[in-house]
Design a protein around this ligand. Structure first.
Ligand SMILES: Cc1cc2nc3c(=O)[nH]c(=O)nc-3n(C[C@H](O)[C@H](O)[C@H](O)COP(=O)(O)OP(=O)(O)OC[C@H]3O[C@@H](n4cnc5c(N)ncnc54)[C@H](O)[C@@H]3O)c2cc1C
Length: 428
C-alpha cells in the first residue's frame, strides 16, 4: 500500500488527541491533520472519566491552566448550543475539622470560595451531608460535563475543518527528514509519513515516546468508580459534586473489624483510609443515577490493552466506596446491607508524573510533541491542553505556565523539589 503523507499525525483519539486536533484544525487552520487510534475515539481512559471539572488546585499554575480550560469549555458550550451538558454546581469540600484556616489559606488567590462554618447553615444549604460536618468549603468554578459529547462535538468540528481519522495501531516510528509511522490496520500495514508527530497516547504515552527515542517520567495508577441507580434517592439531584476531606476508618461492626484486622491481606481495610471519597448525581435533575469514587489505590501498574486484565482491580471496591460515601451522605447507609441491584463498577488509568502535573510541549527538537500525563484531570484540562499543544506545534504566544507544564520543568530542580515534597498534589 502507498505511503500516506500528512503534515501532522496525532497518535491517540482520546480527549487529549481530539482536543489537540481540534485546535490545530480550527484555531491554527492546519489542513492536513490525521488522528490515529487503534480503538474507537474516546473509548479508552476517556470513556472512564467522572467528567468533573474545577479550578481548585493547591498550586496557582494548575489553577491558571484549568481556568483557561474552563474558559474554553464555556465558549464551546455556547458555540455548540449546550451540546455537552455543562453544569456549574461547584465542588463541595466537607470536613469535621473545626478549623479550616490552613485549608482555605492554601487555596490560590482568584478562586471563588464560600466557607460555611455554622452547622445549621451547612444543613440547610447541603442537607444530604452528615450532621457532624463542621465546615464546608464551596468552590464556585466547578461542575461536570459530558466528556463523550464534548469529544463527539470536537470530532465533528475536526471533520468539517478537513481533519481525518485512521483506525490502526502505531507499531514503530522512524525518522529521517520526516517521521514514518508503521500503522497496523484491519487492511494490513500502512506507512504514514508526517512532518510533525503528536503523542497523545494516554496510558501508552511512554511507549510511543520510546519509539521516538525519549524516556518520559510517567507512571499509571488504576482508579475505580461505581455508578448506580439511586432508588433510595439518597443523593439530592441538585447536590454539587461533594468530597469528604477527612481520612476515615470504615464503619465495620466489631466482629467484622476484628476479622479484617487478623487477615494480613485485608488488614488495610480496618485501618485509616485516605480522604477524598466523592459522590454526585449523574444524568441531570430528572435522572436517577449517581457516581461514587475514591482514588485510594497507590499501586502503580503497567497499562493493559484490555483493562479487564488490570491486576489492581479491587472486587471489594463497590462495598468500600459505599461504606466511605455513607460517612459523607448518611442516606447511603442502607446500600451497605442492600447493595444497589443495578450498578456499574469501572475504572481506568491515571497516567501521571510524580508531581501530578501534565506534560505538554516538544518531546525533542525535531517535530515531535506530547500532550499527556493528564492523570485524573484530563477531561477538564483537555481544551487548554489541546490549545497549548497546538500553539507549541505552530508557534504563537504561549501562556505563562507553558514551560512549567512541558518537559522543560524537569530541568527546574527547585520547582520539582517543591512539588514532589507537597503532601497535596491535587489528586482526587
Ligand atoms: C476512573 C477515572 C475517573 C476520572 N475522572 C475524571 C474527572 O472527573 N475529571 C477529569 O477531568 N478527568 C478525569 N479523569 C481523567 C481523564 O479521564 C483522563 O485524564 C483523560 O481521559 C486522558 O485522556 P487521553 O486522551 O490522554 O487518554 P485516552 O483516553 O486513554 O486516549 C489515548 C488513546 O491513545 C490510543 N493509543 C495508545 N497507543 C496507541 C498506539 N500505539 N497506536 C494507536 N493508538 C494508540 C488509545 O487507544 C487511546 O484511545 C478520570 C480518569 C479515570 C481513570
Amino acid at each position: 500500500m502507498a505511503d500516506r503523507a500528512v503534515e501532522i499525525a496525532i497518535i491517540g483519539a482520546g480527549i487529549a488527541g481530539i482536543a489537540a486536533a481540534c485546535y490545530l484544525c480550527v484555531e491554527q487552520k492546519r489542513r492536513s491533520v490525521l488522528l490515529i487510534d487503534s480503538r474507537q475515539p474516546m473509548s479508552y481512559t476517556s470513556a472512564q472519566s467522572g467528567d468533573n471539572y474545577r479550578n481548585w488546585w493547591p498550586h496557582r499554575t494548575m489553577t491558571s491552566f484549568t481556568n483557561d480550560s474552563i474558559d474554553q469549555l464555556d465558549r464551546l458550550a455556547r458555540d455548540s448550543g449546550g451540546a455537552f451538558n455543562m453544569t456549574r454546581g461547584g465542588y463541595v469540600l466537607a470536613t469535621r475539622q473545626s478549623d479550616v484556616t490552613n485549608i482555605v489559606a492554601a487555596i490560590p488567590g482568584g478562586i471563588d470560595v464560600d466557607v460555611y462554618d455554622d452547622q445549621q447553615a451547612i444543613h440547610s444549604k447541603f442537607p444530604a451531608l452528615a450532621a457532624d460536618m463542621k465546615n464546608v468549603i464551596h468552590i464556585g468554578r466547578g461542575g461536570d460535563i459530558s466528556g463523550q459529547q464534548l469529544g463527539q462535538y470536537m470530532l465533528e468540528t475536526i471533520r468539517e475543518a478537513g481533519g481525518r481519522k485512521l483506525q490502526g495501531d502505531v507499531r514503530a516510528i522512524s525518522s529521517d527528514a520526516r517521521y514514518r509511522l508503521e500503522v497496523e490496520t484491519s487492511n494490513g500495514r500502512v506507512a504514514v509519513v508526517a512532518d510533525v508527530v503528536v503523542n497523545a497516547a494516554g496510558p501508552f504515552v511512554g511507549r510511543i515516546a520510546e519509539m521516538l527515542g525519549v524516556e518520559l517520567p510517567v507512571k499509571n495508577l488504576y482508579q475505580q468508580k461505581i455508578a448506580f441507580e439511586d432508588h433510595l434517592k439518597a443523593i439530592p439531584r441538585d447536590m454539587p459534586f461533594s468530597i469528604d476531606l477527612d481520612p476515615k476508618v470504615l464503619d465495620w461492626s466489631e466482629e467484622e473489624h476484628e476479622l479484617l484486622a487478623e487477615d494480613p491481606e485485608l488488614m488495610w481495610l480496618s485501618e485509616e483510609m485516605p480522604s477524598g471519597t466523592h459522590c454526585r448525581p449523574d444524568g441531570g435533575p430528572h435522572g436517577r443515577w449517581v457516581k461514587l469514587g475514591w482514588a485510594y489505590n497507590d499501586q502503580f501498574s503497567k497499562p493493559q490493552e484490555d483493562m479487564a486484565n488490570e491486576p489492581t482491580i479491587d472486587q471489594s471496591f463497590p462495598e468500600i466506596v459505599i461504606r466511605g460515601a455513607a460517612q459523607l451522605i448518611p442516606a447511603m447507609r442502607p446500600y451497605i446491607s442492600m447493595p444497589p441491584p443495578r450498578f456499574s463498577h469501572y475504572g481506568g488509568y491515571y497516567t501521571m508524573t510524580e508531581e501530578n502535573w501534565p506534560l505538554i510541549g516538544p518531546l525533542d527538537n525535531s517535530g515531535a510533541f506530547v500532550v499527556g500525563a493528564l492523570s485524573g484531570f484530563g477531561s477538564m484540562a483537555a481544551c487548554a491542553a489541546g490549545k497549548l499543544c497546538a500553539t507549541h506545534v505552530c508557534g504563537g504566544p504561549l501562556p505563562d505556565y507553558a514551560m512549567d507544564l512541558s518537559l522543560a520543568r524537569l530541568s527546574n530542580a527547585d520547582l520539582l523539589t517543591e512539588l514532589r515534597a507537597s503532601a497535596n498534589k491535587g489528586l482526587l
